[in-house]
Design a protein around this ligand. Sequence first.
Ligand SMILES: [Zn+2]
Length: 378
Amino acid sequence: MNRRSLALVVAVLAVVVVLCGAMVVLPLLMLGQARAEAAACDLPSLPDSPVPGAGSWGSTETTNAAVIVSVGRQRQVPPRGYVIALATAMQESTLRNLANANVPESLSLPHEGVGRDHDSVGLFQQRPGWGSVRERMTPSYAASKFYEALLRVDGWQQMRLTDAAQAVQRSGLPEAYQKWEGDAEQLAAKVLGLANIDDIGGGAPMAPCGVDDLGPVPVGPGGWVQPIRAGIVSPFGPRGGRLHAGADLSSADIRGKPIRAAAAGVVEQVKCDWYTTCDRDGNTSSRGCGWYVDIRHPGNIVTRYCHMIQRPEVAIGQQVTAGAVIGFVGSSGGSSGPHLHFEVHLNVPPGPFHANSANAVDPVSFMRAQGAPLGPST
Ligand SMILES: [Zn+2]
């Protein structure tokens, strides 16, 4: 970071510290940040309040749809997942939380219709292996279990909708989900207040929280997106007698902001790079990336994200989509204030620990070439 922006960050922090009292307040700050983030990611209506009907769907069905989409967001499922979940519930229950005439307990729980298929209940007609009767008839639980299973299906985002749904449901009518695709796309867009679900990548890997959250960032042909919208406060290049191997991105309110995978890939490293804990702010008296993540992308490209506020949200070996939240901005490790230190490495031999300053390139020119330039706006 340069001196001026460092001074700004220090000033902002000083005010915050004076107002609230340092470390005690950090969880509160993060809560506030989480709220701000939630506002940007929020559905137009709370899942537990009735949502007006949309298209041919009544308020009951649309409210259930909002719950399904909301749970998907909370779980950071790519938007394609909302569409698959909605199409599945449309086929299984026409989006009504169904009791079952064969399951007496289900009739005593709140329900919106009665089915009689085996011992299946709820929006997704889940059988006993998925949870208790009460759990399966709780829409948020049922949706959560559906997504959990969907995310375990290899390559689900590239499948036909009905194949992905069937991999989860193992229904007797494997083709039956496909006919709901258009309806599901429209209803997903409707409950999100979007004109078109493709705006947030109803099929393509893009930002999980949509255009309002990440902003209309350019997505290059290879699917690259900005890891964060913030200004460059210290560029790639020689600094203090050695190579500053990345670009520092920051703004006055950057602490706690989500950091996103710049492209699809596999998490190669998740580590605290500091001589002591990374769960608090570091300093500049020694080097270190703090909490950081390396992601390996096709073509032997590795991106690195440093100084996160807490243990990253991803694990080694995890597949991530472009725009998936991998952690939150902090100042852990050798850092002068909250910022994202972002690195790009090319021609990195397979295996961890091969991304180093010898194969680091300027992230600014690299990201510009991918059609996703770094910076506070587009
Ligand atoms: Zn840096």
